[in-house]
Design a binder for this molecule. Structure first.
Ligand SMILES: Cc1cc2nc3c(=O)[nH]c(=O)nc-3n(C[C@H](O)[C@H](O)[C@H](O)COP(=O)(O)OP(=O)(O)OC[C@H]3O[C@@H](n4cnc5c(N)ncnc54)[C@H](O)[C@@H]3O)c2cc1C
Length: 407
């Protein structure tokens, strides 16, 4: 048997790369290998997202999302400054479009304050229009610490640094299953076996299948929710200065269609949230029968649909109707017309769901003595990747040293 790696990390998305980076920075002697099924790093969620740096406004105080986004945004901004990665802390407005949303906006302000965000400000209509002259609504919160970033550049820089630090990144290498062999694990892939003392899986949209193929029972299923974007026509970009978000519905982890200025120019509008017919497919046409059947035969999904039938039907309708998409956006910026929206990209969120239909709200990890799986790492996991990686690295080292910490 070949000498085992200290750890094999499955998945070279931003979470897998950041985890390897934190591990090797703090423990330079470790032998690490990342296996990634695509021929490039960051091929899925990490580069199909809104490109926003979230500071922790939305998340339940004390949750991992709250803790790791607050420290994660600071680490990510420092990383971007250090390596000259395009980013801008332009601030965000979260807007209550009518009186009925004001109470929820107030709760959001309280959450943000409890999570330690700095400089949050409650704005009336005049004050918010000084920042975003085209916005409609009755009140807003300004979140000055948030911004935009080029996550593609972040993953490429992480991969470059990992190469320099001696970490092997094996592209085009698909995890098939992991089995124990003595003290070690054998990871079977399409390119043969990898031997390791421990495995860390950061498989994004396939995280539940990796858990299952590691002889563990997944406690939740990944349900892929596609988010579609439009981009604003060039002559309408000036309608949006920075980031304009609605007040989210607290029942769902998605933030609602919003406007995002992109770091390399242009303005995006979206994303919505519809059931994806393929875990890594970016349109209705990208059907993967196995993925779709896995979602449709999962009782949790039907319980979720029965709980929120109106919302589920509306999301499908809005995905198929550009006029309806435009109407949602007009609540925030009334001057937007359907004709101002050009087709944009899409991303698929890996959202874990329990079999009772409840969405797993927080980041979620599953552990066995020689493996750790990142089961649920939805937004803001791109922002928080370095903090998530740091937490996993600490946990990993404490397991080796046989100390107890909780994730
Ligand atoms: C539409 C959308 C908008 C978002 N907006 C934001 C935002 O503005 N800000 C923010 O902070 N977050 C945002 N997010 C969330 C963020 O993008 C994700 O939380 C983050 O990218 C998760 O990173 P990851 O590394 O876990 O997953 P991924 O980037 O999906 O990486 C997982 C990797 O595992 C690989 N893999 C899977 N199976 C295998 C296998 N069997 N063998 C080998 N490799 C495998 C995949 O190919 C992939 O490269 C958004 C997400 C979406 C979808």
């Amino acid at each position: 048997m070949k000498k085992p790696y200290d750890s094999v990390i499955v998945g070279a998305g931003i979470v897998g790369l950041a985890t390897a980076y934190q591990l090797i920075l703090k423990n330079p002697g470790l032998s690490l290998c990342i296996i990634e099924k695509e021929e490039r790093v960051g091929a899925h969620q990490s580069t199909h997202n809104s490109g926003v740096l979230h500071a922790g406004l939305y998340y339940k105080p004390g949750s991992q999302k709250a803790r790791l986004s607050v420290s994660g945004i600071r680490q990510m901004v420092q990383f971007c400054e250090r390596y000259d990665i395009p980013h801008e802390i332009c601030g965000k407005l979260v807007v209550a479009t009518d009186e009925s949303e004001k109470a929820r906006l107030e709760k959001l302000l309280e959450r943000g304050q409890a999570n330690g965000l700095k400089g949050l400000k409650w704005l009336g209509p005049d004050a918010m229009r000084e920042i975003e002259p085209n916005v409609a609504g009755v009140a807003a919160i300004r979140v000055p610490e948030e911004g935009i970033v080029d996550y593609q550049a972040v993953v490429l820089k992480l991969a470059e640094l990992l190469n320099e630090l001696g970490v092997t990144i094996s592209l085009g290498t698909s995890f098939v299953k992991a089995t124990e062999e003595g003290q070690n694990l054998v990871i079977q892939t399409n390119k043969g076996a990898f031997y390791t003392k421990r495995m860390i899986s950061c498989g994004g949209l396939y995280s539940d299948r990796i858990v299952q193929n590691s002889n563990l029972r997944p406690t939740a299923r990944i349900i892929p929710f596609r988010g579609e974007y439009y981009v604003l026509r060039e002559d309408k970009r000036s309608l949006v200065n920075h980031l304009i978000y609605p007040v989210p519905d607290p029942k769902f982890p998605f933030l609602g269609v919003h406007f995002t200025r992109l770091i390399h120019g242009g303005v995006e509008a979206g994303p919505n949230a519809v059931l994806a017919v393929s875990r890594e497919g970016y349109s209705w046409k990208d059907l993967n029968v196995k993925d779709l059947m896995a979602s449709l035969t999962f009782p949790g999904l039907w319980r979720f649909i029965r709980k929120y039938p109106g919302m589920c039907a509306y999301e499908v309708y809005r995905s198929l109707s550009k006029s309806e998409f435009a109407r949602s956006l007009q609540k925030l910026v009334p001057a937007i017309e359907k004709e101002d929206l050009l087709p944009g990209g899409a991303g698929v969120r890996a959202q874990a769901m329990y079999s009772d239909g409840a969405l797993v709200d927080d980041f979620h990890f599953a552990e066995a003595p020689n493996m750790l799986h990142v089961v649920n790492a939805p937004s803001p996991a791109a922002t928080a990747a370095l903090a998530i990686g740091e937490t996993i690295a600490e946990r990993f080292m404490s397991t080796i040293q046989n100390k107890k910490t909780t994730i």
